[in-house]
Design a protein around this ligand. Structure first.
Ligand SMILES: Nc1ncnc2c1ncn2[C@@H]1O[C@H](COP(=O)(O)OP(=O)(O)O)[C@@H](O)[C@H]1O
Ligand SMILES: [Mg+2]
Length: 288
């Protein structure tokens, strides 16, 4: 944990449950989840598809209300979205009719920040993300990785205490993704804000995080809390160290159980063997 941000940005999820109505039937999406993100901490939420990761993130964002339990930011009940929380989704949500810089300025404009001040802030942030020379481009002139960098910069523009990210690199190719992860850790180290990051990629969660919460298959509960004590700044070379590999194996074992359970039916380890399926260490994990 670091405390450079004045100790603000503490997220507390307390015994949260979420039930959805689906075609007349009640679906328990999240059940009894408690977790804490300390000020300035980078925390990942990982688990099989459909286990409630996005639902939890949307609760912290204020887009979804829990059926039971409560969520607090710095001791204050979260009941709606707010500029204290920046959100980045997987799909690029930039305004196509605005230039890169105008996209970044948008939140500041909504807050009534004057034009020249907006421009200075946006240009500073774009510079940090290596995007200054693209400030007058439109989103559809950018690659996927660049669009997502603009998305991150835009979320940071209003100086939130918290950054909420839902599989932000999920649509990018593997190489771009690795570069984006490094850019994100670098930006995060500069801003020292709290991050809640949803992913189903084990390596990504270890590379980025201080702490990882592993969720069970639906209904989503917290299955394990894993501390990542790798030094900062994180470097791509670290992914081959014994510490990193050991963490990968632990997480893979935890998530494999849940992926099998999420797939349902007769699929157990023995069962897979019975079908003559080859299940490598990452085989079933990749189903998430
Ligand atoms: N608005 C909704 N209405 C009904 N069911 C929903 C709604 N949102 C999510 N769900 C269900 O809740 C479960 C968790 O969804 P989600 O949080 O999107 O999972 P994840 O992000 O881990 O893949 C899924 O079974 C999903 O179908
Ligand atoms: Mg999701």
């Amino acid at each position: 944990m670091n405390t450079h941000n004045g100790g603000r940005g503490r997220i507390e999820v307390r015994d949260v449950g979420v039930m959805f109505e689906s075609r007349g039937a009640a679906v328990i999406a999240v059940d009894g989840v408690s977790l804490t993100v300390e000020p300035g901490e980078f925390v990942s939420l990982i688990g099989p598809s459909g286990c409630g990761k996005s639902t939890l993130l949307n609760i912290v964002a204020g887009f979804v209300q829990p059926t039971s339990g409560e969520t607090l930011l710095d001791g204050k009940l979260i009941s709606c979205p707010g500029s204290d929380r920046g959100v980045v989704f997987q799909q690029y949500s930039l305004f196509p009719w605005l230039t890169v810089r105008k996209n970044v300025e948008f939140g500041l404009k909504m807050q009534g920040v004057p034009g020249s001040k907006r421009e200075t802030s946006a240009r500073t942030l774009l510079g940090l993300a290596g995007l200054l020379s693209f400030e007058n481009h439109y989103p559809d002139q950018l690659s996927g990785g660049m669009k997502q960098r603009v998305g991150i910069v835009r979320a940071l523009a209003t100086s939130p205490q918290v950054l909420l990210m839902d599989e932000p690199f999920g649509a990018l190719d593997a190489q771009t993704r690795v570069v984006m992860q490094e850019i994100l850790t670098n930006i995060w180290q500069k801003f020292r804000l709290s991050v809640l990051f949803v992913t189903h990629d084990i390596d990504e969660s270890i590379f980025l995080s201080d702490k990882i919460f592993v969720m069970t298959a639906r209904p989503g509960r917290i299955k394990a809390e894993i501390q990542v004590n790798l030094p900062r700044p994180r470097k791509p070379e670290m992914t081959t160290t014994p510490e990193f590999v050991e963490l990968t194996q632990r997480l893979r074992a935890l998530i494999r159980e849940e992926s099998l359970s999420a797939m349902g039916g007769e699929l157990k380890d023995g069962g897979l063997g019975g079908f003559g399926m080859e299940v490598g260490p990452s085989g079933v994990g990749a189903v998430m």
